[in-house]
Design a protein. Structure first.
Length: 127
């Protein structure tokens, strides 16, 4: 399941993933972008897939809902405590910072931006 069919993933893509990716890649470099549930689209971990200038990168991001269950609770920032007995869910800002860190490292190792020190400068989106 991906952001094309899951509203929670679509919201995460709009508010968090797209601003980070747009800050690091030129429009002509970005071929495709999707946010999807873990391996084979099963609910659980959240992955970002980027196709850019003929290269693919897949990056797991922090579970913004703090759960491995198939039907995660409300979207990020709605219940930051994560509920009783669970770790607090990361905020959207924390998910964005983690993704930015990994993508900065990846971009400088690609054939299209080899050695470039691109830094993510973004503002989180709103619905």
């Amino acid at each position: 399941m991906s952001d094309a069919t899951d509203e929670r993933l679509a919201a995460l893509r709009r508010r968090v993933v797209e601003p980070v990716v747009r800050s690091l890649l030129q429009p002509e470099e970005l071929g495709a972008l999707s946010v999807h549930w873990g391996v084979d689209g099963e609910a659980g971990d959240v992955w970002v897939r980027i196709d850019a200038a003929g290269e693919r990168h897949e990056q797991q991001v922090a579970r913004p809902w703090g759960s491995d269950q198939a039907d995660p609770p409300d979207p990020p920032d709605s219940d930051p405590s994560g509920g009783p007995g669970r770790e607090a869910s990361p905020t959207e800002a924390e998910v964005a910072a983690q993704l930015a860190h990994y993508l900065e490292d990846w971009v400088c190792e690609t054939s299209f931006a080899w050695g470039q020190q691109r830094r993510a400068r973004y503002e989180l989106g709103e619905d």
